[in-house]
Every structure is written in C-alpha cells, then in structure tokens.
Design a protein around this ligand. Structure first.
Ligand code: FES
Length: 133
C-alpha cells in the first residue's frame, strides 16, 4: 500500500464533511487512540434504527479527520444494522486506501460508531442513560 494519501483523503482532510455538534443528538459517543492521544466525538440523531443526522468533533491527525469525515457520509441515512457492517477496512477503501501506518486511525471512527449503536439500543431498551444528556 502507498505511503501517500489518496486525493480523496486529502479532500476530506481539507474539507471535512459534517463537522460540528448536534444539540438534540440522542447518542453522543467518544473514542480515543491511546497510542497517539487523538480523540473523536460523534453526535448522532437516531430514530427508528436509522441515522438521521451525524456530526463530529476531533482532535487528531489528518487520517483521523478524513476517516471520521467519510464515516459520517457512509452511515448517514443508514440503518443501525448497516452501521455495524462498517469497519476500518471499508472506511479505508471508501477513501481509496490509507497508508499502512495510518490504518489504525480508521479504527477510531469504526469503533465509535459500533459503540453508538450499542448505546442507542441499550438506551431504547431502557438499560442506560444516554451519555452527555
Ligand atoms: Fe492518531 Fe491517526 S495518528 S488517529
């Protein structure tokens, strides 16, 4: 795999999609990568098992920004079951690849989205309160 960023990665680094927060999000999840200290928060509006809106805030490297940005595009309007099929490899593929040493960066978005699904389902089932509410 190339050590260069693809044009698509660079586009998402310089023009990230869906940056910000959602005031009435019903799921807020955070993820961090202890190896580099980067951190990510997703604000998500889910209704009837569908992602209606998603935004993110991040402190991270370019690959973390690009993978979070494209992850919001990949899950917007999708069912939670579809979100659970998203993994680091699919995120990297959607960006036309990532340098091998940057593959761990896409883990952050994928694991945060999986946690969001679990949090939403647990909240709907009445098991836990949403984070940040
Ligand atoms: Fe930390 Fe990319 S180096 S997420």
């Amino acid at each position: 795999m190339s050590t260069q960023y693809s044009a698509k990665v660079l586009d998402h680094v310089h023009n990230p999609r869906n940056v910000g927060s959602i005031e009435d999000a019903n799921v807020v999840v955070q993820a961090g990568d202890p190896s580099c200290g980067d951190a990510l928060v997703f604000f998500i509006k889910i209704e009837n098992e569908i992602i209606h809106d998603i935004k993110f805030l991040i402190k991270g490297c370019g690959a973390a920004i690009a993978t979070s940005s494209i992850a919001t595009e990949l899950v917007m309007g999708k069912t939670l079951d579809e979100v659970l099929t998203l993994n680091d490899q699919r995120i990297a593929t959607a960006l036309d690849g990532l340098p091998e040493e940057k593959m761990h960066c896409s883990n952050m978005a994928a694991s945060a989205l999986h946690a969001a699904v679990q949090q939403y389902r647990a909240t709907v089932a009445g098991d836990v309160q949403p984070v940040g509410m």
